[in-house]
Design a protein around this ligand. Structure first.
Ligand code: ADP
Ligand code: MG
Length: 726
């Protein structure tokens, strides 16, 4: 096939796919399938002897150490349950530093005597696995000759069944560590940071009179944005297929300027996909709740209800897998890249978080009169101080080659990490700074002017879409994480910097109480101190303006624009001290994460650069030269018949553009051949500062050609087609 025939075939196929296959109403209501494939607490309660169940709940609910003697009983119950559900295999599921999910599958069946097969699953197999781990990134923590890695059962995240038409698998969420106990994954530090945060949050609660506080946990709810494109187009775009984003493509005549997609009616085909995906998520106990169209054409969002951050993180990973799989079934590809289409809004994964416990509920709930809710104010102040002191670490936690295309592009929060508090809380903290808070601005109400419509209560603070870290009524929303990334990194950072601030605040209050101050006076002094020293991080204005860039600099806030600027934060003395103090990362682990992230950055840019070269050389240039031949033949034949005025303008313009593209391709090839060797500290900056601009230069000329070359010769599906044909 040549020219645009692949494109045309893809377009024809979309026509056929627009009406989704007939949807057979499933037998059970969504409520009935919820958690159907999960080894839930109620399943455990039914199947485990009482003392075993109680012991396990002590660990899950109250953070008590896991009693290894329960493992055999749990394993056997889990195996029976899984086999009743058609499972033949089990897998330890872990989350290596690739950011993906890894699984090691084993069969339940072991050969018995006389050719029989016995179903075996012992406690020790549940607790520990040993995948050959030599190919996972470890940043120098393991030499390949000591390739051992261990997976360890995470009791706090429920096991589940993954269905496949050819047999089901019992999946057990696990941590993944090296032989020496160093973390090789995203879960281990998340659990460590959660424990550190809980310890100091409970200390604060004790100061407020809760002598024996229930275990505090952090909660996360992640809003996942994604694009859908028809799979025919996807397969005809080697750039999308291999790097997740379009490295070429002129802007469509109509983009998102009318904002006509946002919250618009969901196309039937997409809705069919969403319904099936949500059903699959429900079976896995993932509470998918809100769905809507996003800003860009072809862009959508799915938000599950918040859960404990550890479970939410696992579910978030699983959700991406499910969305991709179901989309493929519906002839579409689900794109999680942060910026699949240049000039069109990118995708993020807003992480909403809060902390709380069984008896106190959400500790970030301000109540109607936050000014006299001292306990809330202390937790809120802890967040303010944490974000101000460690904004650089938060920035580093969302740094990646792919997210660089989105952050700071006037559609996503800027790289400057500031906090939006809203009118009411800003006012309360202003009062505190002046000596004490005595009032809270009240909730208003909206009168719409139609008697039959209800009066709508308004929140005391508006929303702000431009802030990277916004208070949204009873939680904070970290808006900078990228659509593709695991939310573990951001949650590890949030938990750890909160542990630091809660530790500090508890210490300061304790000291003043010791010196004879009463609790109110001590809290006022400490809050005043925090808002005076850290209030600079509060910004309620428009984060997209240039003015904010200048003002943030004057306030001393960091502006780490790219991954290359942000990653060194991970190995600063302060960061290593901080993570070490709370037992979240050793210095070696921090260095290993830094190396892995830098390496990953260099690798992804490298792949894109080679793809750019290949597509320009073997797809774009051949199409352009074919058209050049056509134009040249046209000029020659016009001359041959002695036409009066032969306009060589189009041919000249095209030839100049082709020459330009050849030159830019040569530059990129040269850049790829030189400077990419040696230590990652050298080739990552080369990737960012030399390869990326060279790729952009190729793209600009290739995109110009797209506007010149005859459409019937253009081989790559266009932006118009990919974005609007769903
Ligand atoms: P919006 O787009 O208006 O920000 P969504 O409803 O799309 O809101 O998503 C909000 C997310 O925040 C959901 O995942 C929701 O479960 C989560 N969330 C709500 N309350 C809390 C809370 N207390 N702690 C953590 N996450 C929360
Ligand atoms: Mg939302």
């Amino acid at each position: 096939m040549s020219g645009n025939s692949v494109r045309l075939q893809a377009i024809a196929a979309v026509q056929r796919n627009l009406t989704p296959p007939a949807f057979f109403p499933p037998a059970e209501a969504p409520g009935e399938v919820f958690g159907q494939n999960v080894f839930t607490k109620s399943v455990m309660k039914q199947r485990l002897p009482k003392p075993i169940f109680a012991s396990l709940m002590g660990t899950i609910e109250h953070g008590k150490p896991l009693d290894p003697t329960v493992a055999d009983v749990v394993a056997s119950a889990m195996k029976d349950w899984a086999m009743e559900k058609g499972a033949t295999h089990y897998a330890h599921v872990f989350y290596p530093l690739t950011g993906l999910t890894a699984e090691k599958h084993d069969s339940f069946f072991e050969p018995g005597s006389e050719g029989t097969a016995l179903a075996e699953f012992a406690g020790k197999t549940l607790i520990q696995g040993e995948p050959d781990a030599s190919s996972f990134p470890n940043g120098g923590l393991r030499a390949t000759f000591e390739a051992r890695g261990y997976t360890g059962w995470d009791v706090t995240s429920p096991a589940y069944i993954l269905e496949n038409p050819n047999g089901n698998t019992l999946c057990i969420p696990t941590v993944f560590v090296s032989m020496t106990g160093e973390a090789l994954d995203h879960k281990t530090p998340l659990l460590r940071s959660q424990q550190a945060m809980a310890q100091h949050a409970e200390r604060v609660l004790r100061l407020f009179g809760h002598a024996h506080p229930d275990a505090v946990v952090s909660f996360a709810g992640a809003e996942q944005e994604y694009f859908l494109v028809d799979r025919g187009f996807f397969m005809a775009r080697p750039d999308l297929l291999n790097s997740g984003r379009t490295l070429f493509g002129a802007r469509p005549p109509k983009g998102q300027e009318f904002d006509d997609h946002y919250f618009g009616a969901i196309p039937e085909r997409v809705l069919a996909f969403m319904l099936e995906a949500e059903r699959e998520l429900f079976k896995l106990g993932i509470p998918a709740k809100t769905r809507h169209n996003e800003v860009a054409p072809g862009q959508f969002e799915l938000a599950p209800v918040f859960e404990r951050s550890n479970v939410a993180t696992d579910h978030q990973q699983l959700m991406m897998v499910v969305l991709k799989r179901v989309a493929q079934k519906h002839g579409m590809e689900c794109l999680f890249h942060e910026k699949p289409f240049a000039g069109i809004n990118g995708s993020g994964k807003h992480v909403n978080f809060s902390l709380g416990n069984a008896s106190e509920g959400n500790l970030l709930h301000p109540g109607d009169t936050p000014h006299d809710n001292a306990q809330f104010l202390v937790f809120c102040a802890a967040v303010i101080r944490a974000v101000h002191k460690h904004g650089g670490l938060l920035r580093a936690s969302v740094a990646s080659a792919t997210n660089d295309h989105r952050l700071g592009a006037n559609e996503a929060p800027p790289a400057i990490i500031s906090i939006f508090l809203g009118e009411q809380l800003t006012d309360v903290f202003d009062q505190i700074a002046k000596g004490g808070a005595t009032s809270s601005k009240e909730k208003g109400s909206l009168t719409i002017g139609v008697d039959t419509l209800p009066v709508l209560p308004t929140d005391p603070g508006d929303r702000n879409r431009t802030s990277p870290f916004a208070f949204t009524g009873n939680r904070f929303e970290f808006r900078a994480p990228g659509a593709m990334q695991s939310i573990a990194g951001p949650m590890v950072t949030i938990n750890t910097i909160l542990a630091d601030s809660l530790d500090f605040l508890a210490g300061e209050i304790e000291r003043r109480l010791g010196a004879g101050l009463d609790l109110d006076a001590a809290v006022q002094e400490v809050l005043e101190d925090v808002i005076t020293n850290h209030g600079a991080v509060v910004f309620n204005g428009d984060g997209y303006t240039d003015e904010w860039q200048r003002e943030a600099a004057a306030r001393g806030l960091k502006n780490l624009r790219t991954t290359l600027d942000a990653l060194p934060e991970l190995v600063s003395d302060d960061a290593i001290e901080l993570f070490g103090r709370f037992g979240v990362f050793s210095s070696r682990e921090m260095h290993s994460r830094y190396d892995v992230a830098l390496e990953h950055y260099a690798l992804s840019v490298g792949v894109e650069a080679r793809l750019t070269l290949k597509i320009a050389g073997t797809i774009v240039l051949p199409a352009a030269t074919r058209y050049q031949t056509e134009l040249a033949a046209n000029v020659a034949s016009l001359r041959a018949i002695g036409a009066a005025a032969v306009d060589t303008g189009p041919l000249d313009e095209l030839s100049a553009a082709i020459a330009e593209l050849r030159a830019r391709v040569a530059d990129l090839r040269d850049a790829l051949e030189h400077g990419g060797d040696g230590a990652v500290e050298a080739h990552a900056p080369h990737a960012g500062r030399v390869l990326l601009p060279a790729m952009d230069a190729v793209r600009i000329t290739a995109d110009a050609l797209e506007g010149i070359v005859a459409d019937d010769l253009w081989p790559l599906p266009t932006y118009q087609e990919m974005l609007f044909m769903l």
